[in-house]
Design a protein around this ligand. Structure first.
Ligand SMILES: [Zn+2]
Ligand SMILES: [Zn+2]
Length: 348
């Protein structure tokens, strides 16, 4: 006898990187949600820097083949038994991590440090797809001031919010953000909102710097044209900056983040290092009593990002739109320096 549920099986396309620089669209069946699950019809899915590291086959913790996509928004298509926080038709976005809830970190509420943390896309549930099944606690309703496109950017905004909160910005401080990709721009915008008086952002692209300025950076430096360290000490009258954020993932930019700090300053490293072994002048830690910390992912940052998104023009980040079937072209556009891409969105 045929099971009744089978009528609710949906066929979903899903994007996957199979080998370096090669992506394909596969199809698979998506079942109706079980108790506590939410089925989402994806509307917008943004390509993240980490998707590009995977596309290049160089992500340090995501070996190929791998489904990709974790920044997305859509409509609730079906809900499983017991789901109360969202209903069919709600516009939603998703916190795409999966944590265990039982390890020491989770029990302390520090789920970002979960010993068993994973991400939906690493479990074969990439969001470059028509449908995705998500557990209810990770689903957030979109406020009316966000559309599907800007709603898909709540994930990177949460990453930036997490980094800035760790960066402990104080009223009146001078901050340097290195790298005007989406994360760098959002970090700069949130630093300003957090009370920094001067937020300097550095990048090689004048177009990106112009967008960063519109989002809230107070000063821009084209670090392809001038020596960034010299320029920062010139701007700060030889003092250096209170805080810096490294949003690139290279030895040169790591060095810039540490060498531009004033004494007792703090750098926060967010970039993904394809080449993790770098050389740094260790004595600087002692002579300048500087601090360097990392920031990754999020922990209770989604609700904050959803609130602060109201005051940020996230549309400024969105440069390209592609249909899901054009995933290969979309990924290549992200790698093409001449494309002027910041955030590239896929639409199923
Ligand atoms: Zn991301
Ligand atoms: Zn845990």
């Amino acid at each position: 006898m045929k099971e009744d549920r089978s009528v609710n099986v949906k066929i979903s396309r899903i994007g996957k990187v199979t080998e370096p620089m090669k992506s394909v669209i596969e199809t698979r069946e998506v079942m109706s949600p079980k108790a506590g699950q939410v089925l989402i019809k994806i509307k917008s899915s943004a390509i993240c820097g980490s998707d590009i590291h995977i596309f290049k086959g160089k992500h340090p913790s995501a070996p190929l083949p791998m489904t990709i996509g974790h920044e997305f928004s859509g409509d609730v298509a079906e809900v499983g038994e017991g789901v109360t926080s969202v209903a069919v038709g709600d516009r939603v976005t998703v916190e795409p991590c999966i944590v265990c809830g039982t390890c020491d970190a989770c029990r302390h509420g520090d789920y970002g440090y979960c010993e068993n943390i994973s991400f939906t896309y690493r479990n074969g549930d990439g969001a470059m797809a028509d449908y995705i099944l998500i557990n209810e606690p990770y689903v957030y309703k979109l406020p009316e001031y966000l559309n599907y496109d800007t709603g898909s950017l709540i994930e990177p905004l949460s990453v930036a919010a997490h980094a800035v909160r760790r960066g402990d910005i104080r009223l009146g401080e001078t901050v340097l953000v290195i790298g005007a990709g989406a994360i760098g721009m959002l970090v700069a915008a949130i630093c300003r909102k957090s009370g920094a008086a001067e937020v300097i952002i550095a990048d090689h692209s004048d177009d990106r710097l112009a967008a960063a300025e519109k989002l809230g950076a107070t000063m821009t430096v084209n670090s392809g044209k001038v020596n960034l360290e010299e320029e920062i000490f010139r701007i700060t009258n030889g003092k250096g900056v209170d805080k810096s954020f490294e949003c690139v993932g290279l030895e040169a930019t790591f060095l810039q983040a540490m060498m531009t700090l004033k004494k007792n300053g703090m750098a926060t490293i967010i970039g993904i290092f394809e080449n993790p072994r770098i050389n740094i002048p260790a004595s600087r830690f002692v002579t300048h009593e500087i601090k360097i910390q990392g920031a990754q992912g999020y922990c209770w940052d989604f609700p904050i990002a959803l609130k602060i998104a109201r005051e940020l023009d996230l549309e400024l980040l969105i440069t390209h739109h592609f249909s899901l079937d054009d995933i290969q072209k979309a990924l290549e556009t992200c790698l093409d320096r001449k494309s002027g891409s910041i955030k590239v969105l896929l639409h199923p």
